[in-house]
Design a binder for this molecule. Structure first.
Ligand SMILES: [Zn+2]
Ligand SMILES: [Zn+2]
Length: 138
């Protein structure tokens, strides 16, 4: 939460109770939550909060660069509080998304086909399959 406080200070965002709770849940949630998932958690603490408020709060965080939106599974936007360069492991069964680091890949020169294509802004690796928990259950 110290990070949230300093982010708010640098961006001039007022720290409200609602914003604090939304950010806390975003940061705590394992596996990159959806807006709905954050809403369900925050509602336990703030009974009067609406899905729309949580949605708008998360959009504000995204606009200010506090969090990143990732689109990897189906169409639902998931949010990532980890802003350092990283990649994702996705379980197609339980839909959990885990971060992983691959510094060798990050340093790798783009393949000829890519440099001929245009300008690369994002290099993001997505590995999908069955996580070990789901694999065990099958
Ligand atoms: Zn799984
Ligand atoms: Zn991530």
């Amino acid at each position: 939460m110290d990070r949230f406080e300093s982010l708010c200070k640098t961006k001039g965002l007022r720290m409200t109770h609602q914003r604090i709770e939304v950010f806390r849940e975003l940061a705590k949630y394992p596996g990159h939550p959806t807006v709905e998932a954050v809403f369900k958690k925050v509602r336990r603490k703030i009974k009067t909060i609406s899905l729309d408020t949580v949605y708008r709060t998360i959009t504000t965080f995204e606009d200010l660069g506090f969090i990143k939106r990732i689109h990897i599974l189906d169409n639902s936007a998931r949010y990532d509080t980890n802003l350092t360069a990283h990649h994702h492991l996705i379980c197609t069964n339980c839909k959990a998304i885990k971060d992983f680091y691959w510094p060798e890949f990050d340093k790798m020169k783009p393949h000829k086909a890519i440099s001929g294509w245009g300008r690369v802004d994002i290099k993001h690796v997505v590995i999908s399959g069955l996580c070990s928990n789901c694999k065990k259950k099958r």
